[in-house]
Design a protein around this ligand. Sequence first.
Ligand SMILES: [Zn+2]
Ligand SMILES: [Zn+2]
Ligand SMILES: [Zn+2]
Ligand SMILES: [Zn+2]
Length: 225
Amino acid sequence: MTKQISNGKCNLCGGTFSKAAMTKHLKSCKQRNGISDTSSGSRSSQKIKSFHLVVEGRYLPDYWMHLEVPANAKLTALDNFLRQIWLECCGHMSTFTIEDKVYSVAPLAEFNDETMNVKLSEVLKPGMKFYHEYDFGTTTHLTLKVVSEQESKIKGKSIRVLARNDPPFITCTSCGKTATQVCTECLWQGEGWLCDECVAEHQCDEDMLLPVVNSPRVGMCGYTG
Ligand SMILES: [Zn+2]
Ligand SMILES: [Zn+2]
Ligand SMILES: [Zn+2]
Ligand SMILES: [Zn+2]
């Protein structure tokens, strides 16, 4: 197996950078594209605090994103965002684990879980690592890192994707061409990645097939992207 370099795109300038170089790139690119903004009467865009987060598949690190998240946003909003862009298939449970505390979308008193109704600024600090889990049957594990905290002019309160990985190149387990579908039955044996041609000859039930999508949840449960 050859290790491919994971590249991604910066949404601020459109440039392509390796995963390793992206954090450094964004530091200079953000400056060019945001804070020194002097355009039209800046009454509407107040400076607010935000976090620069990197999120990646805990066991699938070729899936990654850089996010800018307002510091006064709640964990609920971050959970919703991750579901929308990467995770949601059928409304499973999810939790954040931050410094040994568990923040759950549906907290259970007997486990001492906290709710997600907490502002990021109350639980996060630069340099911190924390975790997200979605679905406790076929779990998707994410690692999040707080790169920095900054003041910037963000319009509105929404979470912004600063950069995201290009789809990793996954090969068909039978012939080596680009896989477009994955058989969720064979995936348990580490196989079942299929190209357009091999999918026609595949033995398993058609219901077992899912499209290959750019998400760490590819091939899990009923996730179609
Ligand atoms: Zn850039
Ligand atoms: Zn599901
Ligand atoms: Zn094939
Ligand atoms: Zn199969």
